[in-house]
Ligand binder design. Structure first.
Ligand SMILES: Nc1nc2c(c(=O)[nH]1)N[C@H]1C(S)=C(S)[C@@H](COP(=O)(O)OP(=O)(O)OC[C@H]3O[C@@H](n4cnc5c(N)ncnc54)[C@H](O)[C@@H]3O)O[C@H]1N2
Ligand code: MOO
Length: 397
């Protein structure tokens, strides 16, 4: 027996940090920053206007109405702005550089909109509608920290501070191999006793959502020679091999049997459900994680053991999923001695169980947006009890 935390640590230890590479912004989406990145320019880069209106000296416009000559016109992008002469205003657009001497922008709505002279009917408070140079970020300071996932807002910031390439960690190359003589490719006819192979689709997508590059190997039947031939032919190209199935206590446990002769994979029982039977080790120096075949078990095992390890290797500052406390909408029971990861729907404060605990319930899994964690020593919870909920939606989370 190995605790959940011990097996998490064992899997994480197999995956060292991945190497760095520089990529253009266009290829950086979904990657993780390997080093701090400094702002090449301040933001804002210069004092500018937050409104379309008139740049003015507040003392000259504070008593309204007042009429003043419009000495200049400053559209956004103008690069030769002159200081504001006393007793004048300059028409200015949003984002245009503020003329030296101005300390307020009067929005056009508070004026008659004049272009030679303007009547100001109402003045906003001193200092209104100005955006100060550097108030968002100073030049040369850290704009993006190592370990940040690069989503829309981070890439927007990188471009705004003038960065064109970003140092990121390499994506892990992950092979996914399903096993089972009952498996048939979707689209083919099923004979009695056969099922469609689905774990590889689930796991490939889960790897991609975690930020990795997945390659799906064609599933193999419960035949040690076929399994070993596939593994030997493919494993060298990968940072990680994930298998599904063939690890429990039956008579035809292909993964367990095959890795007796090859590599250092250790098979253990972990006190959790789903996901009791687990294995991890290396083959030809390449990390291997063997997930149980029940589809919900494969998914939960990936979430608990593989996803955080992959994300840590990619350099994520926060490799784990977000988890939050939530109140149960109904009572639930849980077997003693095993941490349960039940499927649930979280709606912002409350969580409802989706389906039962069975690890074959894929339709229920697909409706869930969270895993409800019931600690190992808890066997019963009543409606309204607080539970820990792991949020499983969203690629960058
Ligand atoms: N006597 C015992 N039996 C079982 C034990 C045990 O401790 N003692 N553990 C149970 C638990 S828990 C799990 S989980 C499963 C794990 O079994 P395997 O990893 O050996 O997986 P399989 O037997 O190959 O398959 C289990 C189940 O999942 C279906 N499956 C498998 N692969 C796929 C796939 N790629 N796509 C869709 N469905 C798949 C398979 O048909 C089986 O129904 O063992 C329990 N038994
Ligand atoms: O622990 Mo198995 O992984 O229940 O379904």
């Amino acid at each position: 027996m190995r605790t959940v935390e011990e097996h998490r640590a064992a899997v994480a230890a197999l995956l060292p940090p991945l190497g760095e590479e520089e990529v253009p912004l266009a290829e950086a989406h979904g990657r993780v920053l390997a080093r701090d990145v400094a702002a090449a320019v301040a933001l804002p880069g210069f004092d500018n206007s937050a409104m379309d209106g008139y740049a003015a000296r507040w003392t000259e416009v504070s008593r309204t109405p007042v009429t003043l000559p419009v000495a200049d016109d400053i559209p956004a992008g103008r690069t030769d702005v002159v200081p504001l002469a006393p007793g004048t205003v300059q028409r200015i657009m949003t984002g245009a550089p503020l003329p030296p001497g101005a300390d307020v922008v009067v929005p056009v709505e508070l004026t008659d909109g004049g272009t030679d002279v303007v009547e100001i009917r109402d003045a906003p408070p001193a200092g209104s509608h100005l955006r100060a140079a550097g108030e968002d970020i100073a030049e040369g300071t850290v704009a993006l920290e190592a370990g940040s996932p690069l989503g829309a807002t981070q890439l927007g910031l990188a471009a705004a501070v003038g960065v064109t390439v970003l140092p990121v960690r390499r994506r892990p190359q992950v092979l996914v191999l399903s096993t089972g003589s009952e498996l048939v490719a979707p689209g083919q006819p099923l004979l009695p006793g056969q099922i469609y192979e689905s774990n590889s689709r689930l796991l490939v997508a889960a790897v991609e959502e975690a930020g990795g590059v997945a390659r799906r190997l064609h599933f193999v039947p419960d035949d040690v020679e076929q399994f070993l031939t596939t593994v030997r032919a493919e494993v060298a190209s990968a940072d990680l091999l994930i298998t599904s199935g063939g690890v429990s206590a039956g008579a035809y446990e292909v993964v367990k049997d095959a890795f007796r002769e090859l590599g250092t994979v250790e098979f253990v029982k972990v006190p959790m459900q789903p996901g009791g039977p687990q294995g991890a080790g290396t083959v030809d120096g390449v990390p291997v994680v063997t997930l149980p075949g029940n589809p919900v078990s494969a998914f939960v095992s990936f979430e608990v053991f593989v996803r955080p390890a992959l994300r840590r290797a990619m350099g994520h500052a926060s490799p784990d999923r977000l988890h939050v406390p939530a109140r149960l909408t109904g009572p639930l029971r849980s077997p003693a001695g095993r941490r349960q990861f039940l499927r649930g729907r979280f709606d912002g404060g409350q969580v409802s169980q989706v389906g039962g605990p069975g690890s074959h319930l894929v339709a229920h899994l697909a409706r869930a947006n969270c895993l409800v964690v019931v600690p190992q020593d808890v066997t019963e919870l009543s409606a309204g009890a607080e539970v820990d909920v792991v949020l499983i939606e969203g690629a960058l989370q």
